[in-house]
Write a protein that binds this ligand. Structure first.
Ligand code: VGL
Ligand code: ZN
Length: 208
């Protein structure tokens, strides 16, 4: 078994969107998504502080291709705040698809941060919505509680993990992605681009 990360004072594990719809058989299944669950559980045991995020869309969310006649998932559209990738309907509030994977067991998680609940604005990042200006409150929560280093795991590496890691850096936190506990959607080179952007932003990428 790999060495645990010592739970440094000020560090927190952010577990991004380990939900049924992103796991095998889900509406927006990420290849290998379910495989990370034991890894995430094991890593979480080594952290005194854990926050979970939960993608949490109303039905007919504007990021759903089904809202845009003639458009298909993975195409892009221009919304008021800029270019938005379209997705299959997923993670609809209070559905089984939006529930955490049933084998995710992190009883000591302190906060479940829901995002993407504005019908007209998507939110990849756990910190700021896709309009790049509406905060979720997570930065304030972490600062008020004295955390300065965010470790990230979860789904998907090239979307919600990526945007959360970049925003963590931009908002003044140290950020480390534990890549063996992440999986990517990787349509059209998005994983390579995300890895480059994270490196350029000073996000550490490690295996544990
Ligand atoms: C995500 C696409 C749409 C993610 C969420 O969790 O990475 N990706 N909604
Ligand atoms: Zn979503």
């Amino acid at each position: 078994m790999a060495a645990k990360i010592p739970s440094e004072a000020g560090s927190i594990l952010l577990v991004v969107d380990v939900q049924n719809d992103f796991c095998d058989g889900g509406a927006l299944a990420v290849a290998g998504g379910s495989e990370i669950v034991p890894e995430v559980n094991r890593l979480a045991e080594g952290f005194d502080h854990v926050v979970l995020t939960q993608d949490w869309h109303p039905p007919h969310h504007d990021s759903f291709a089904s809202r845009h006649p003639g458009r298909k998932p993975f195409e892009t559209v221009d919304l008021a705040y800029g270019t938005q990738t379209l997705w299959p309907d997923h993670c609809i509030q209070n559905t089984e698809g939006a529930a955490f994977h049933r084998k995710l067991v992190i009883p000591h998680a302190e906060l479940v941060l829901r995002k993407g609940f504005d019908p007209g604005v998507d939110s990849y990042s756990a910190f700021v919505e896709n309009d790049r200006s509406t905060p979720t409150g997570l930065a304030g929560y972490l600062r008020e509680r004295g955390f300065d280093h965010v470790y990230l795991v979860g789904l998907a590496l090239d979307y919600c993990v990526h945007y959360s890691a970049i925003d963590a850096r931009r908002l003044g936190f140290a950020a480390t992605v534990i890549e063996n506990a992440c999986r990517a959607i990787d349509q059209g080179g998005t994983l390579n681009a995300a890895m480059r952007e994270m490196q350029a932003a000073g996000v550490a990428i490690v295996r544990r």
